[in-house]
Design a protein around this ligand. Structure first.
Ligand SMILES: C[S@@+](CC[C@H](N)C(=O)[O-])C[C@H]1O[C@@H](n2cnc3c(N)ncnc32)[C@H](O)[C@@H]1O
Length: 394
């Protein structure tokens, strides 16, 4: 599957594993997050124009500014607490954080006074990039970096925010084969210095339990023999950790994904795993090791159900396009067309705004808003537009 010599960091891990093979989730963990050679710790920027893929914050500051509008609404819904903490998880190059902080400082001074911006970032290298990007706010401790262990239980009044974090968590891959649900493992074939896939028993009962939880039986027709899909058990642990730390407020999750009925539809027989390399995507995770991004779509039904079990009420599930429209994107488009003096800037900005709501691109991202505490019901009214134009059915 890979013609180049296997990088040492990976061959060592595979050779020292029991049975000399690892689950796909362990493989993904290594190639993305190895502290030295993993994709998210390498020297060059993962996302942005010079990276491998574009995320919304890299397209235009308008995205961060509209998220800021949403955060201000949340603060108001919570009766303007003196301390409102935003915990951004997986902040990439810190662009979203910078746009939010800059905009709030300029446009919402009262909210800015109450705002504490906390970042949880797994990649040491990206943490460095973020500290540089946010140095003005880091110097005055307005932006701070924390590990989960440093955030006490039930301590946060505010919002846990993530953009394209959950689809970057390592996933297990499973396959329905010969009457059984099996797991996909990755083995090093030493003689050929190649990675090969093989099937084996499920590495954890959590995988079978996941489908039971959803009421899905992949082992009966119409699921075809050879049907493959992914399970993001790490997302459940992540949501539990978040819910435990939220005292009152919101969890705002923006990511690519589907409701479970679409995700695990029998016709989607090869799952959603994608590799991104130099702005092109393909489905071979075993090349460009540590040099390409791997992602799997998010099962939003499970995030909602699991969240409810952890005390997070599901408030809104919609797409990025109607959500950004409800926060004022259309008005920005109109103003840009009418007031901009620099025609090139106006054209570029218009294109970026349109890309943010393109249903076939970033506009198709899903936005899940969950809440804890009575006061979090109010944003339901504020986001009426988003729910009215809810595209959940697709
Ligand atoms: C796809 S990137 C998205 C970056 C950024 N949010 C954006 O929109 O440009 C995923 C980010 O999540 C970080 N990450 C992955 N797993 C994480 C974890 N368990 N905790 C914190 N950050 C994590 C990665 O290092 C990276 O910064």
């Amino acid at each position: 599957m890979n013609s180049k010599p296997l990088p040492d960091f990976l061959s060592q891990a595979l050779l020292s594993a029991p049975d000399q093979r690892v689950t796909f989730a362990e493989f993904m963990e290594r190639v993305l997050y190895d502290p030295t050679f993993g994709y998210y710790n390498r020297d060059s920027a993962p996302m942005g124009k010079t990276g491998d893929y574009l995320t919304s914050p890299h397209l235009s500051p308008d995205f961060g500014e509209l998220v800021a509008v949403q955060l201000v609404q949340m603060w108001q819904a919570l009766a303007q607490p003196a301390l409102f903490t935003v915990v951004e998880m997986g902040a990439g190059q810190g662009v979203l954080a910078a746009d939010i902080l800059r905009f709030c400082q300029a446009e919402y001074p009262d909210f800015y006074q109450a705002l504490s911006y906390v970042i949880i970032e797994r990649s040491e290298r990206l943490r460095g990039t973020q500290k540089n990007q946010l140095r003005n706010w880091a110097e005055i401790d307005r932006a701070i970096w924390r590990d989960w262990g440093e955030i006490p239980l039930e301590s946060v009044v505010g919002c846990f925010l993530s953009n394209e974090l959950v689809d970057a968590l390592p996933v297990h891959r499973v396959c329905w084969q010969q009457g059984e649900l099996q797991e996909i493992y990755v083995r090093l074939n030493e003689s050929q210095n190649q990675l090969t896939e093989e099937l084996g028993p499920l590495s954890t009962p959590g995988l079978g339990a996941y489908f039971e939880y959803l009421g899905l039986n992949l082992t009966t027709p119409p699921y075809p023999d050879g049907y493959r899909t992914e399970v993001n058990l790490a997302a459940l642990d992540w949501l539990t950790t978040v819910a435990q730390r939220l005292a009152q407020g919101f969890v705002l999750t923006i990511d690519y994904g589907y409701p479970a009925a679409t995700y695990y539809h029998p016709n989607r027989s090869d799952g959603t795993l994608q590799a991104y390399y130099q702005h092109r995507h393909h489905n071979n995770p075993y090349i460009h090791l540590g040099q390409q991004d791997l992602t799997a779509h998010v099962d939003f039904t499970t995030l909602e159900r699991w969240g409810e079990q952890q005390g997070l009420r599901s408030l809104i599930l919609t797409h990025q396009a109607p959500w950004l429209m409800s926060l004022g994107l259309a008005e920005r488009l109109r103003q840009n067309n009418q007031t901009s003096r620099d025609i090139n800037h106006a054209l570029r900005r218009r294109a970026a705004l349109q890309q943010l709501i393109n249903p076939l691109g970033l506009g198709g991202l899903r936005v899940l808003l969950q809440g804890k505490g009575d006061k979090t019901l109010q944003p339901l009214k504020m986001l009426a537009l988003a729910s009215e134009t809810n595209l959940l059915q697709s």
